[in-house]
Design a binder for this molecule. Sequence first.
Ligand code: ATP
Length: 364
Amino acid sequence: MLFLNDNRVNVSLEGGVMTVASEENNLLASIEVRYLLKAVLERTNLTVHYVIKKKNMNLKVKTLVLHGDEEDAQMLHSDIEHTLKDRPRRLLVIVNPNSGKKKGLKIYKKIAAPLFQLCDVKADVIVTRKQKEPTDILKNYNLSNIDGIVTVGGDGLYCECMNGLIARVQRDNNVKVNCHNTDIVSASLPIGIIPAGSGNVIVQYLHGTKCASTAVLHILLGGNVESNVCSVHEGGKLLSYSALILGFGLFGDMMHDCEKFRWMGPLRYNVVPVASMLKRREIDVEIEYYSANKDKATKRIRGLGKQISLPNGFMIPSCKSKIQRTKSTSGVLDSSDVQECEKEEGRVYAVDTHAVMMKENQEE
Ligand SMILES: Nc1ncnc2c1ncn2[C@@H]1O[C@H](COP(=O)(O)OP(=O)(O)OP(=O)(O)O)[C@@H](O)[C@H]1O
């Protein structure tokens, strides 16, 4: 026998929904099981922590307290815990204390750590001291001991961890990474992002909000989504993996210039691009991409000092496609020039595939 306030209630966990109804069958509470966070049992009291989604896409923790017969409370507790068995339990957390406004560590301690504790999540927290450290950590870390990686920082930290993870997976699978025709082996380990950086574009894209506690809750709820990853090659060598934006021309110049003013913090993205725009240069570029659908012919887009957009749908996560770009060349190319170009040193190839998982609520 269980009670909600003074009402004697029946609780069911069927059809993916936890319902609490009065003896007269009036529905008193209804919570989707995927939004259940944790059930805490203290003798005859069972506190159910769950998440609600607000209109602004932020998630908020709520509680429901049931009390009554100790045995009934215990049974319901173990039923709820059973529904949570696939949630992440062990995480590697990589914090960049210098991200954005340098609040990464504070955000982790104040927002993430208490929620991790509530959900019995064991976190191995590493605070980075320098650039490239995340890549080194992921070279040798025992990945079989964890359910996911969490970054506390900006898009750059995520990209570096994604690079480290993808490189590690290729190494473990003996992939010839310098060969641009080789498929990238997908990583099965998800990467969650707690935003503490300058732009936090990926988190906004995933969750519709840059709220840090919402990101933590998405990670704890255990949803994930596949994401494309491109490998970028030059001169027969792998340069890097890219999962957010692969840019060149004006965009590349802007980002390059912004890096020189990292000391300015997030403000650099508002100021520095203006100067990059003023010293804008024309770039002749040709992009060639191969559709996932092998029946479709190879398409080619050419532009000289123009904005070039790839067709819609290019980044559909499940789509396997390849893009290739030649290095900046002078004059307009025809198809025979392209073949010549492909023999040149210094060409850049990019191959994209779905390879990395990011934490997200699947329904969003
Ligand atoms: N302790 C550290 N000191 C300096 N740089 C670091 C440190 N830890 C990580 N980095 C590197 O700093 C870069 C940017 O990190 P992050 O994305 O967290 O910050 P950001 O301010 O949002 O920058 P961006 O706008 O480039 O994303 C990453 O390449 C990351 O690896």
